[in-house]
Design a binder for this molecule. Structure first.
Ligand code: AMP
Length: 525
């Protein structure tokens, strides 16, 4: 049996959803009967462990990896040595996906793995998207579709709430924050702008609470911070219990606890007010991103019909209160929508509608070539998603006037995909036999102020060289175009005289086919 599978591969928690026999998206609980699975990997005595057990064992295991998603952007360089073997974020993410899949197969033994939709943050560039796709392939899928988390959340929300609407998705997860504004019209989802911070999420709220608890323990126990930090057991108990205490503070006004220090137990209590005061800066950082997404979309909060809060951390009362304080008129528009599950269920709906072949009159046409038939689709139809470019892209050029290298930007963040534009440049020196095209991405959005920027403010994401004849002359025209496809692949093309060379960025720096096969073998056996 082939199921339509959607996976929310989260920084701190992950979740798998399928479309059930009645056509409804459901979350498949893990083997501990929980909807979400911690994205934690531990290693001990030659064995890998993922999920709740890994989280429990973390303080005692030989090696532990958490928040690996934060390293996806360095998939080609970031490595961790576990049991004498080096692993990158792709192989480790594959283990998290595989854990979700194993638990799913335990419940649905007839399941045959073919394809899945895996979500990623909207600001993930081509490298991170490809890294996520490869993780899915290593975990056992033949084909992996990638969609953005806010889009998945909007699909899950939008299909239940029809009509033409401007939706703002505020997604505060465990490790990342994303804000996306989209126009939803039935099954059409048009992203208007997106912003976010890949280093802002529930983990930062955990860290703030850990700081408060440590200070209280020192104060109440009459001990110094150095003394407390030196007690490994006390620190472990504070850090492992902090997330649970934080979650309790979402429903309680005050939490209490005790920490074993030497032979005594030091009691402490933290009020929600204290916690909120300590984390006001983090909350404000999310509000600033909301403002910048509105600015990019050239909209105000009055133009937004629904403000959809997703991500586990949006359950904190301070989030809704903070948004209302910043935008007082938006209170009736705020919907806290399945915070932990919306992204996975949206991904499953998307995966399902990808399998549907539609007739022109909108009826499902029936079986697709591999024998699948549409379960959820006849009333839903295929989902159309219009995306925007997540980063501004340009190339490194020598600026003769400034006597230094600059980045000349060609396509700009938040443009609707697909997009292609061309920059006019020239050969630098007489007799030059090669042109090296270095492609950079950045956050600059305004084509006026961001046309030419310093390389230090951008990140190189790929390069290629074009061989040119040695009779080339300084000043001869060179055209460089950058195309972002509908699927967000980036293709850079350089043209000199009748020579044209293209370079596709999506696969750059990721694992080779052989590395994927080996990693797959090591996980699947
Ligand atoms: P997600 O990545 O969307 O699964 O969100 C995970 C984050 O949400 C983690 O940091 C959790 O600690 C946090 N979280 C889940 N439930 C709550 C809650 N009720 N109150 C505060 N934070 C929560």
């Amino acid at each position: 049996m082939i199921y339509d599978i959607g996976i929310d591969l989260g920084t701190t928690y992950s979740c798998l959803s399928i479309i059930n026999a009645t056509g409804a998206p459901i979350v498949v609980k893990n083997n501990m009967e929980h909807d979400t699975t911690p994205s934690v990997i531990s290693y001990d005595n030659g064995e890998f462990c993922v999920g709740e057990t890994a989280k429990d064992q973390a303080p005692f295991a030989e090696a532990v990896v958490e928040a690996v998603k934060r390293n996806m952007s360095e998939a080609d360089t970031w490595r961790v040595t576990i049991g004498g073997v080096e692993y990158g974020p792709i192989e480790l993410s594959a283990r998290i996906i595989r854990k979700l899949v194993d638990d799913f197969i335990e419940k649905y033994p007839d399941a045959e793995l073919k394809s899945a939709t895996i979500t990623c943050p909207a600001y993930f560039g081509p490298k991170e998207r490809e890294a996520t796709r490869q993780a899915g392939i290593i975990a056992g899928f033949e084909e992996v579709n990638i969609i953005e988390e806010p889009t998945a959340a909007a699909i899950s929300y939008g299909l239940k709430n029809s009509g033409v609407k401007n939706i703002l998705v505020y997604d505060l997860g465990g490790g990342t924050f994303d804000v996306t504004i989209m126009k939803v019209d039935g099954n059409r989802f048009k992203v208007i702008s997106t912003d976010g911070d890949c280093n802002l999420g529930g983990k930062d709220w955990d860290a703030a609470l850990i700081g408060i608890i440590k200070e209280k323990v020192c104060e109440n126990g009459g001990i110094t911070m150095e003394g407390l930090e030196a007690d490994e057991e006390a620190i472990t108990s504070i850090t492992t219990e902090a997330e649970g205490k934080k979650i309790s503070l979402s429903s309680l006004k005050e939490v209490k606890g005790g920490v074993r220090f030497g032979t005594s137990t030091i009691k402490y209590s933290v009020t929600r007010e204290e916690f909120e005061a300590e984390t006001a800066g983090e909350l404000q950082a999310t509000i600033m991103k909301v403002n910048s997404a509105l600015d990019s979309a050239k909209l105000t909060m009055d133009d937004i019909d629904d403000l959809v809060l997703v991500g586990g951390s949006s359950r904190m009362p301070q989030v809704k209160a903070g948004i209302i304080a910043a935008f007082p008129s938006c209170e009736p528009k705020i919907h806290i929508h399945d915070p932990d599950l919306a992204i996975a269920t949206g991904a499953a709906i998307y995966q399902n509608t990808r399998d549907v072949v539609m007739d022109t009159d909108g009826e499902a046409a029936g079986a697709v070539p591999d024998g699948r038939i549409a379960k959820f689709a006849p009333s839903v139809g295929s989902i159309e998603i219009e995306k925007v470019l997540s980063h501004t892209m340009g190339v490194l050029v020598w600026d003769e006037g400034k006597n230094k290298d600059v980045i000349s930007n060609i396509i700009f963040r938040n443009c609707t995909l697909p997009i292609v534009d061309t920059g006019d440049y020239c050969v630098h020196s007489d007799g030059q036999t090669g042109l090296t095209i270095r492609i950079y991405q950045s956050e600059f959005e305004d084509p006026e102020t961001g046309k030419e920027v310093a390389p230090e403010e951008c990140e190189e994401i790929g390069h290629f060289t074009v061989d040119i004849p040695s009779d080339s002359r300084a000043g001869e025209p060179v055209k460089v175009s950058i195309e972002a496809t509908e699927k967000a692949d980036i293709i850079c093309t350089c043209t000199f005289r009748d020579i044209t060379k293209s370079h596709t960025l999506s696969a750059k720096g990721m694992l080779s086919d052989e590395q994927i096969r080996n990693a797959r073998r090591s996980i699947l056996g």
